[in-house]
Ligand binder design. Sequence first.
Ligand SMILES: [Ca+2]
Ligand SMILES: [Ca+2]
Ligand SMILES: [Ca+2]
Ligand SMILES: [Ca+2]
Length: 430
Amino acid sequence: MQYHEVCADQSCDPRHPPLGRTLRRFLPLAGFVGLFLLAATRTDAATVTIGRADLVTFPASGWWFAEEPPSSNNATGEIALDYAAPLGGGSIEMTLDGTGEGRMLFGTVDYNGTRLDQVTSLSYRSVRTSVDTDNSLSIALQVNVDYDGTDGDTNWQGRLVFEPSFTAGSGEVDTGVWYHWNTLASDARWWMTADAIVRGVNVGRACDHNAPCSLATILTHYPDAAIHSSLGALFFKAGAPWSNFSGQIDDFVIGVAGNETTYDYQVCPDGNPDGADIDGDGISDICDAEDAPLSIKKATAWPWRSKKGRAKVEGSTLAPFDASRGFTVRISDGGTMNIMGALAPSDCETTETERDRKIRCRTADKDVQAYFYSDLSSPGDPAKFKIKVSRREFEGPLAPPIEATLEEGFISRFGAIQNCVSSRAKMSCK
Ligand SMILES: [Ca+2]
Ligand SMILES: [Ca+2]
Ligand SMILES: [Ca+2]
Ligand SMILES: [Ca+2]
């Protein structure tokens, strides 16, 4: 995935990496810079994680998916597992079918009644994963609005819509690119779906679909505009309607009078376990940090001077293994050995008969090799594994235990073996 920024001022550099990477890069400076920023802006910031288990049904407080019209079955919304999402852990995904009738909303009523002149930040990141030959479709940010929150007239006045393609320019929203949308920027474009009612009088619309404008401009026309107090909602929307669309959002930031909240949408906690739960502990594999123990029967490590830095681990663990996600292995000892090997799905070959299933993996340079064996005639039995990592620069003396971690996508297996015999040339454990 690529990243792209859209905003009007120099505070937003197109080369900025997403927030997580930025934070890590500047972490050593964070104390100093953080103090400075707090003093300069008096912004209070909090990050709120929304997992699948946190979703509510409209209009309860919290975040919900809603199809428009309700239950028309042309669109789906979920928190999808997506390692590439800007804040990691998942993102909001909306998918519209091929009928051309799909509209999906993801939103909250928690900001109802908020005056728009009190909104001090409002941004999100989005990607379209489906192909759009016009390069224009992108998940929009919308609010149900009351253009005069003070006049006691609470009739429906439609929505204010932030439209990414109006902001980026026609044909400028590419497939597969994560964009950052600062919707308060002076070049951000919003439009009104209905006429404004101010002091009880219909005053038309200053910024319609043909002449979208910035939120600041909208506020010059309707200074008391607010998110509607009783019919309000703030939400993301895919579809006008659209056909065969899929896209995601993450990293939604809203500041109200300087109190800034960042919403990070994540799969976990998972309120809809898919049933895949290798160790049966009630935490689905997607959210479980330790999915199954590795029972290590035998492990040997040779430092660089004897066999050019090699370690072998074998044993058994709860099945199943799936090579389509690739494998990453880490092997360490009680001393300084800490080596790693990665196997891509293309490094692996799976053969399956009625009796058994074998996965053989090796990198092109043969430095990382793995073998997994499952006896399919007794499905509850553990699978056997053998892993070898070679040509890693580590020196002795080696010390027990030897520990191994095997990662297979979101499935993590960990084990250790303590009973070891060390010599200058190697350490053997069994
Ligand atoms: Ca009103
Ligand atoms: Ca996320
Ligand atoms: Ca589990
Ligand atoms: Ca897991």
